[in-house]
Design a protein around this ligand. Structure first.
Ligand code: FES
Length: 167
């Protein structure tokens, strides 16, 4: 999918007020990153560079925070962010097969976003619910003992959520 480039002026006008709120405060990085992600949907390099410069923090440090916390993403994500856990327990219980089925149904490969921006597909490390393997994560929700049948129902449900008009 073609990703719209975020302009330098948009970064400045969006982030400057956020940064001013936190400038000089301890622990500013995480709330600034959270609000930047909320504004742009993800944290591209240009946004991280701007934050690093404004907060006078090395870019490498900003990157290490972004990669440490699962809530942050440097790549665009869909409105529904589907991630199959590929940790050992889930792998043993068929996570790979589920991932392939999701790829087929959504016409996406891991790391991609659907053209309409509704879905993104990816994998994640162990999410700490191994007894319920295999696990699908959608946003912050976990769906345990996931099966191909559950997948169909869930995708229908998500499709209805995406439908325009009253629900
Ligand atoms: S391996 Fe998937 S939840 Fe632990």
């Amino acid at each position: 999918m073609a990703v719209k480039t975020i302009q330098e002026k948009d970064i400045r006008s969006t982030l400057q007020p956020i940064i001013e709120r936190y400038r000089g405060k301890r622990g500013a990085v995480i709330p600034v990153l959270q609000q930047a992600q909320e504004a742009f949907g993800h944290l591209p390099r240009a946004v991280l560079i701007f934050i690093a410069n404004e907060l006078s923090i090395p870019l490498a440090e900003i990157y290490s925070v972004v990669s440490f916390y699962a809530q942050f993403t440097t790549v665009p994500v869909g409105r529904h962010r589907l991630e199959i856990c590929t940790g050992t327990a889930c792998y043993v219980k068929g996570a790979q097969k589920l991932l392939e089925q999701l790829e087929e149904k959504l016409h996406l490969e891991p790391g991609q976003v659907s053209a309409d921006g509704r879905f993104s597909l990816g994998t994640t490390r162990c999410v700490g619910a191994c007894s319920a393997a295999p696990v699908l994560k959608i946003g912050e929700e976990l769906y345990g003992e996931f099966t191909a049948e559950k997948m169909d129902r869930l995708l229908d449900q998500l499709d209805r959520q995406n439908a325009p008009g009253p629900r």
